[in-house]
Design a protein around this ligand. Structure first.
Ligand SMILES: Nc1nc2c(c(=O)[nH]1)N(C=O)[C@@H](CNc1ccc(C(=O)N[C@@H](CCC(=O)O)C(=O)O)cc1)CN2
Ligand SMILES: Nc1ncnc2c1ncn2[C@@H]1O[C@H](COP(=O)(O)OP(=O)(O)OP(=O)(O)O)[C@@H](O)[C@H]1O
Length: 219
C-alpha cells in the first residue's frame, strides 16, 4: 500500500482519484445524467444570456462516456448565433485543433471514439482565434477551481497556448468553465503546478464562479 494520502506524490494521488471519479460518474443512472445535463445546459443558457450578452463564441467538448452532455448547449449556440467551436485531438502531440461547426453533420468519430469536427467539411480556426468561453470536461472538480482530467494534459496545454496568445494579443483569457454533475464535486482535487484553474463550475445546480480572478470575464 502507498500509505496515507498526504504521503503520496501528486501523480499517484491523481491516479487514485481518477479511478474513484470514473467509477462514481459512471454509476449515475443514465436517466439522471440526462436530466441533470438538461438542467445544467438550461442554467448555462440563462447565465450566458443574462451575465454575458456579448459572448460571441464558445468552445465545447463533444461528450463521451458518462460526461455531462452539453449537446443542448451546442444546439442553443447554433440557434442564438453564438459561434460553436469544438476540438479535434491529435493524440501524438496531445494537441487540440479548433473548428467551428454549424450542425451535427460537421462531426464524425475521431480519436478515443470522441466525436470531432470533420476537417473535410469545416475550416480550422485561425492560429490567433480565442473563444470567449471554454467549457471543459473532467472527472472531478472542486470549488477552488481544481480539475481532474483523463491525464492527457490536453486542456492544460491548450490553456497555456491561449495564455500565450492572450499576452501577445493583449486580450483577456476566455472564461474556463468546468462541466460536471454535482456528484463530481469533491473537497479538493490533487493539483500540480501545470494544472489550469477553472474560473467557474457548471452543474445541474447552475454556474458558479470560483473566484479565480485571472479567468473571470470581468478581470
Ligand atoms: N469529451 C471529451 N473530450 C476530450 C477530453 C475529455 O475529457 N472529454 N479530453 C480531456 O482532456 C481530451 C481527450 N483525453 C483523453 C485521454 C485519455 C483517454 C483514454 O481513453 N485513456 C485510456 C487510458 C490511457 C491510455 O490508453 O493511454 C482510458 O481511460 O481507458 C481518452 C481521452 C480531449 N477531448
Ligand atoms: N502545459 C503543459 N505543457 C506540457 N506538458 C503538460 C502541460 N500540462 C500538462 N502536461 C503534461 O501532461 C500530462 C498529464 O497532465 P494532467 O495529469 O494534469 O492531465 P489532466 O489535466 O488530467 O488531462 P486532460 O487535460 O487531458 O483532461 C502530465 O505528464 C503533464 O506533465
Amino acid at each position: 500500500m502507498a500509505g496515507t494520502d498526504e504521503m503520496m506524490e501528486p501523480t499517484d494521488r491523481k491516479r487514485a482519484a481518477r479511478a474513484m471519479a470514473m467509477e462514481l460518474r459512471g454509476s449515475i443512472a443514465e436517466e439522471l445524467r440526462e436530466e441533470r445535463s438538461r438542467a445544467a445546459c438550461e442554467g448555462a443558457k440563462q447565465w450566458l444570456g443574462q451575465a454575458w450578452p456579448g459572448c460571441s463564441s464558445m468552445m465545447l467538448y463533444m461528450p463521451f462516456r458518462s460526461e455531462l452532455d452539453v449537446r443542448p448547449l451546442i444546439e442553443w449556440g447554433w440557434r442564438s448565433g453564438i459561434a460553436v467551436i469544438v476540438p479535434r485531438c491529435l493524440p501524438e502531440q496531445r494537441f487540440m485543433e479548433l473548428y467551428r461547426i454549424h450542425s451535427w453533420n460537421d462531426v464524425h468519430a475521431g480519436a478515443y471514439g470522441i466525436m470531432e469536427p470533420d476537417p473535410s467539411r469545416v475550416p480550422r480556426c485561425g492560429e490567433q482565434f480565442m473563444p470567449d468561453v471554454v467549457f471543459v470536461p473532467g472527472l472531478a472538480f472542486d470549488r477552488q477551481g481544481g480539475r481532474l482530467g483523463y491525464g492527457g494534459g490536453y486542456y492544460d496545454r491548450f490553456y497555456d497556448r491561449l495564455h500565450g496568445l492572450s499576452m501577445k494579443l493583449e486580450r483577456s483569457m476566455p472564461l474556463w468553465i468546468g462541466c460536471g454533475y454535482e456528484a463530481q464535486l469533491v473537497a479538493e482535487v490533487p493539483m500540480e503546478e501545470h494544472d489550469a484553474r477553472l474560473g467557474a463550475i457548471m452543474t445541474e445546480q447552475g454556474i458558479s464562479l470560483t473566484g479565480n480572478a485571472r479567468t473571470n470575464p470581468q478581470a
